[in-house]
Write a protein that binds this ligand. Structure first.
Ligand SMILES: Cc1cc2nc3c(=O)[nH]c(=O)nc-3n(C[C@H](O)[C@H](O)[C@H](O)COP(=O)(O)OP(=O)(O)OC[C@H]3O[C@@H](n4cnc5c(N)ncnc54)[C@H](O)[C@@H]3O)c2cc1C
Length: 378
């Protein structure tokens, strides 16, 4: 049986970032994935992911996203690939609702520069948007778009070193724990590793069922629309920032400019319960009708439905991440960092996971992401 210092199970956003950092350690590393990442069956596909700094969910994410920005930049330099497009970002809501007020609170805590826009100022500056009279926005200049497939590919390409074995299309079916090593059984082999990082996304509970992680997988649909007026430049990246829009209290949708396939929009956290293996990947007519109505009410243009994709959120009850050691075995490290907002942080989380596995000082305090916390819905 082949022996490794550290194994990474799942090479999506988190696992590929961990692999990239671990590859530099010189240790013997095994990276396993049930598919061949980047792929479109998990949580990291669909063309684009928002990165932003004035974090409405909680100010604790600001130092983490700052580390993530620096690491994405480093990855761009090392890989020579374009991974990020700065578009600016609009956080839109009623002044007292969480998207604007939470983002403004994070900006105040960490001195993040932003422009305050009332509804007229939003319309004047970004002419495709149609905000109602009570809507205001925080505009942050450095927000933008990460290209998830390119990020994962760059991390895995840079992981290909003599000390690293990348095994794809191989599903982990069992982990057997012993004091000196963990035996990893897959659909085609068995391996031993001293440490294991479990970053299996929406499948994570199947890999470590004994931990009983409090997770719920939700089906999420992404939609692309194009303007009927082909010469309409208002949806192009230079005129249309990424946005998150709380159109009524606790109802959010978000979107991206046209990167060639149309404007992408999606509803945040309204998906139905699903499992990674049985999820319905077909998008219904009714779903298209609903999102088309939302688009019509919020943009000053006839938008035409073009395509859609199904993806999965893996949610904790409080929508914060889980980054911790297995409760009964410190040699198993768990990263379930989704809840629909994990991608932007994955460069930094991968580094933290590698530090945990290498028993180094952590570059970020994971206290708030521990398993033992009270996970009350926010
Ligand atoms: C529609 C949608 C929109 C989003 N928008 C944003 C956004 O704008 N900004 C943002 O920051 N975040 C966003 N997120 C969240 C972010 O994309 C996820 O948090 C992140 O991609 C999850 O990464 P992961 O590594 O946990 O999972 P994945 O990338 O899915 O990786 C898990 C990997 O584990 C592998 N695997 C599973 N089981 C096994 C097994 N038994 N053996 C071997 N391999 C296995 C899978 O094949 C997969 O490759 C969004 C998510 C979705 C679904």
């Amino acid at each position: 049986m082949k022996q490794y210092d550290i194994a990474v199970i799942g090479a999506g956003a988190m696992g590929s970032a961990a692999a990239y950092h671990l590859a530099k350690s010189g240790k013997k590393i095994l990276v396993l994935d049930r598919y061949a990442p980047p792929h479109s069956l998990g949580s990291s596909h669909g063309e684009s992911r928002i990165i932003r700094e004035a974090y409405f969910e909680h100010p604790m994410y600001v130092p983490l996203v700052r580390q993530a920005y620096a690491l994405w930049n480093q990855l761009e330099q090392e890989s020579g690939k374009k991974l990020f497009l700065q578009t600016g970002g609009l956080m839109i809501s009623d002044k007292n609702n969480k998207v604007f007020s939470g983002a403004a609170a994070s900006a105040a805590t960490y001195g993040i520069a932003y422009d305050y826009l009332d509804n007229q100022a939003i319309k004047k500056r970004f002419r495709a948007f149609l905000p109602g009279k009570d809507m205001v926005a925080l505009y942050e200049k450095f927000a933008g778009i990460l290209f998830p497939a390119a990020c994962i590919r760059a991390q895995l390409t840079l992981s290909r070193k003599p000390n690293v074995s990348l095994q794809f299309n191989e599903t982990v079916t069992q982990l057997q724990q012993a004091p000196d090593a963990i035996t990893i059984t897959t659909t085609s082999a068995a391996y031993k590793a001293r440490k294991v990082i479990v970053s299996a996304g929406a499948w994570i509970t199947a890999v470590i069922p004994e931990v009983k992680l409090p997770l719920e997988v939700k089906r999420q649909v992404l939609f692309w629309f194009t303007s009927l007026n082909a010469s309409d430049k208002r949806f192009m990246p230079e005129n249309f920032p990424v946005f998150i829009w709380e159109y009524k209290p606790n109802h959010l949708f978000y979107g991206f400019p046209d990167l060639g396939n149309g404007v992408k929009i999606a509803i945040h956290h309204r998906g139905t319960a699903a499992t990674a293996d049985t999820i319905n990947r077909k998008v219904s007519k009714q779903e298209v009708i609903e999102i088309t109505a939302l688009a019509k009410n919020h943009f000053d243009s006839e938008l035409h439905y073009r395509s859609s994709a199904v993806c999965m959120y893996t949610n904790t009850p409080d929508e914060h991440f889980i980054i911790d050691y297995h409760p009964d075995n410190r040699n198993i490290i768990i990263a379930s960092a989704c809840s629909g907002h994990g991608f932007k942080f994955s460069s930094a989380i991968g580094k933290i996971l590698s530090e945990m596995a290498l028993e180094e000082k952590l570059s970020f305090d994971i206290g708030k992401f521990r398993l033992g916390r009270k996970m009350q819905p926010g």
